[in-house]
Structures are given as C-alpha cells and as structure tokens.
Design a protein around this ligand. Structure first.
Ligand code: ES4
Ligand code: ZN
Length: 349
C-alpha cells in the first residue's frame, strides 16, 4: 500500500533497540551450533533440541494485549532474554549479531542508530570486554562503509544489579569510549528508582557521555521514576527518557519534559505486554500532541514477532491515526533527539 511505501522509504534513525533483543531464533540456532552451547528458553528449563522448539518457545514471549498486566510474564521475558545471551561466545558472534541488525536496518532505510547493549550480562558469563567491543567495532565499520548505516553504542547498566557493579563496568568501558556515545539503564525496574544510580550517571555526564534511562510502562512507581529521570538524576535530569509513556497521565510531567526538551523513545509494540490497543494510541497521541519530541523504535524485535522499526511505525500510524506528515515529524524527531553529529543529522534530514 502507498502508506507502507512512504513509511518504508523515509530515512530513519533508531534510538531504542537492545542488540541482545535482536537474537532471532535463526541466529540463536546458528550460534548454538557453532559454539556447542546448550539451548534453553530459561536457565532451569529443559534443553531445546530443534529450531522449531525454540521458535515456539520464543513466540510465547511476544507481547499480547489480550493478557496484559501479568507480572509473571515480565519475569518470563527477562529470564528468556538473559538466557538468550548464552549463545554469544566469540568476537565473531558479537560481530554477526550486530551485522544482522545493521543489514535489517539497511533494508528499511535506517541511516543512523544508537544501539543498547548490556555488558554486565556478558562479563558475568566470562566474556572479555575486548571480545564484545571489537566485534561491535568491526561490524559498525563495515555497516558504515558497505550499507551506509552509521551507528554508536549506548552502554546500559542493569538496574537490578548494584550501583557498584554499574560503576565498575563504567570504568572498564572507558578504553572503548570512542564508540560509546551514551549511558543507559535497563532491565527490571521494580524497586529500582533512577536516583539509585545517581553517582555513575553524574560521573558519566561529567566525562562527556549522553544520558538516558528506561522508565517502563509497567513500573509501579512509573510517575515518580519519570520525574526523577527528567529532573533529578545527574543534577538536572537526563538527555532522553526511554519509554516514559505514562508521562501522558500527568500534565506536570509533560510540562517538565517540554521545558527541559527531553527526547523520548517510544516502542509501541512493546507496550502491548501491559497496555491494551485501545489505551495505547491515545497515550502516544497525548505526548505527540503536547509537542514532546517522541521517536518510534523497536526495543526487542526477536521477542516481538519480528516487529522492527518499520512495523512499529506502521502500528502507530494505525493506532494514533497518523498521516504521512506525522510520520515525517516522528522521523525528524528521532534525528533531532539523536546524539549524532550535526553533519550526520543534516545528511539524513
Ligand atoms: C529491557 Cl527494561 C527492558 N525492557 C525490554 N527489553 C529490555 N532489554 C533489557 N532491558
Ligand atoms: Zn528497552
């Protein structure tokens, strides 16, 4: 259809995708065969013997708005997500995983992206930093040269791990700071407010990194977490907020986000784990209509029925009643709130 062509062809910037959330069943199968690792959907689950078993198990983790607000499901997702890391062993694995994302990105005209990765999920399994980072670096170089997809990395700390662990990982990553543009915070948000990580975020800002943080839709203290991320952490608040959809409930939060010009990364498909279709469109519209610079992103495509940035843009088009002009605004927002150089930004706009 015509709208599909427009959304497909518009030059894109993606700012919220977890590299470890792009390990499709096919990739996981390939790495598992190559490395001789075991294939399970969860740490204590039975060994999976075929790619079909893996596909079926992963399919059950997809967001489904008919069974929203199920705490257990969130834990199942995280369990499976971290178990998925187990197939990554060598530099070649990290290279192939990143390349797989970049190749997909090129097919939907993503021209620049800032990719999350979770180093603690790899160092804890004994992966050396150099294996991760040199795999990423080589893929990034090749993608820029051969696919015209530019990129930078956002190192996320796992908020269900200690602030001390975050600090240790921050220091260990400094030799790779030429390819790391920003610092983020992800994983399970329950009882883990943004201010717990004040020290490492303040230090990172002082050192010149950009800052962002997940404020998920299903956090029990969602409004307070958005307020902390928007106005308190690192002295004055962060540069972006990842998700933060529930800011739509409170005019005070909307005003704060507008006043500080905080960009927001929205991942529509992801919210169907906790939100109904009927609620989702209007909430996104509130943020958009208020003039907040929201961008549309994919989050964890491998766990979301292979819904990448294009499918997420098509979903908001449908749910929010956006037309091509709105899609162009959303695409431009992503360029503007990205941390790319002005040269890269101008080249995309
Ligand atoms: C994540 Cl908090 C959260 N949500 C979805 N995917 C994730 N990957 C890492 N943290
Ligand atoms: Zn995310």
């Amino acid at each position: 259809a015509a709208e599909h062509k427009f959304v497909l062809e518009i030059p894109k910037v993606e700012l919220h995708v977890h590299l470890e959330g792009t390990i499709t069943a096919e990739l996981r199968w390939k790495f598992t065969q190559r490395n001789g690792t075991k294939l399970r959907i969860a740490k204590n689950g039975p060994e999976l013997k075929t790619i079909e078993e893996l596909r079926t198990a992963m399919d059950l983790l997809r967001p489904d708005s008919s069974r929203v607000n199920n705490d257990e499901e969130r834990f199942q997702f995280f369990e499976a997500y971290y178990e998925g890391f187990e197939c990554l062993k060598t530099k070649e694995d990290f290279f192939d995983l990143a390349m797989h994302y970049f190749e997909h990105a090129a097919t939907v005209n993503v021209r620049y992206c800032e990719l999350f990765f979770d180093p603690q999920g790899h160092t804890s399994r004994g992966t050396p930093w150099i294996v991760m980072m040199e795999g990423f670096r080589e893929a990034q170089k090749k993608a820029e040269k051969e696919l015209n997809v530019k990129s930078a990395w956002i190192m996320c700390f796992l908020r269900d791990h200690s602030p001390e662990s975050a600090m240790e990982h921050y220091r260990a990553a400094l030799p790779y700071r030429d390819i790391i543009i920003g610092i983020g915070l992800d994983s399970n948000e329950e009882d883990r407010p943004p201010v717990l990580f004040e020290e490492v975020f303040s230090l990172a800002r002082h050192d010149g990194f950009k800052l962002t943080m997940h404020c998920d839709v299903d956090s029990k203290n969602t409004h307070d977490h958005i307020r902390q991320a928007g106005s308190i952490v690192a002295g004055q608040g962060l540069d972006r907020i990842d998700h933060g959809l529930n800011a739509a409930d409170e005019q005070g939060l909307i005003n704060l986000i507008l006043k500080r010009d905080v960009g927001m990364t929205i991942c529509p498909w992801s919210y169907l784990r906790h939100t109904t279709y009927a609620e989702l469109g209007p909430k996104i519209r509130v943020l958009y209509d208020a003039g907040i610079k929201i961008s549309i992103n994919s989050d964890d495509p491998a766990y979301m029925e292979d819904c990448w940035i294009l499918e997420n843009m098509l979903l908001v088009r449908l749910l929010c009643g956006f037309d091509d002009k709105d899609i162009a605004v959303l695409a431009r927002n992503a360029v503007n709130i990205s941390w790319a150089t002005s040269t890269v930004k101008e080249d995309i706009l």
